[in-house]
Structure formats: C-alpha cells, structure tokens
Design a protein. Sequence first.
Length: 147
Amino acid sequence: MKVPKPVLRVLIVEDDPVRAAKLRELMPEDVRVVHVGSAGVAIGTIIRDRGRVYAGVLLDHDLQQQTKVAADRDRDGRDVALAIATHFDNEIPVLVHSMNPEQSPELMRILEVAGFDVTRIRMSMLSPEAIAPWLAEVRESFEDSLE
C-alpha cells in the first residue's frame, strides 16, 4: 500500500487580495496555501486546525478589508496572534509581513513569549530572496515534525 506524501501547508492571514496573491506567488509549488482574509475567519481556522496542521504562518496586523461580521471590525492581527499562541504548536515558524510599524512588534512579542520563532519582513520588502530563509526554516521544521 502506497503511503501518501505529507502535505506542507502554509496559512496566510491577509485581507488584501492583491497582497494575498503576491504571497501565494512566493510559495514553492509543493506548498499548499490556505488563505484567510479576516481576523474572525483566521481565529476560527486556527481553533479548528489546532496543533501542527500548518508548517508556517504568514500574519498581517490590519485585517478589516474582508470582515464577515460586525465583531470582525474590532479584531486584528493581535487577536489572531493570541489564537496562534493558544492553539498552535510553537514549533511552527511565523512570518509577520504587516506594514504597520506600531503593531508589528506587538504581534512578534505575543508569539515570542509563547515560544514561537518569529521573522519580520514587511510586505513591501518581500521577494523570493527575502523569504527564502524563512521558507527553508518552515521546510526544516516540517520535516523534523515527520520524524
């Protein structure tokens, strides 16, 4: 019987469709992208997929463009970071790509206090070369989790 190859999944939390498309383009072909566009949907996904479903997470702070319900208007990346810290395995690398200079350090602090390895690369600075070290870390962490 053939054993299926484990799927390397990356969760992208980004409300801007253009930026989300750019992030997808930066992912290698063997990476399965799960994209969520609001804080509420992100939190629901994180709770549903708790543990080690994803090999990596790309996180934005300002997430109001695609709100689904009124409560989402008051949620942002900080709420998502708290959900990640509570429900995800802290061996999952996180990349904060937010352009918000005041709130990005807070996202990083929440996750780092919970033991996550967090990288910060502003969206405007993301390129294949800039994201390559983080993707290498994601792949290494994913392969280690299979052992």
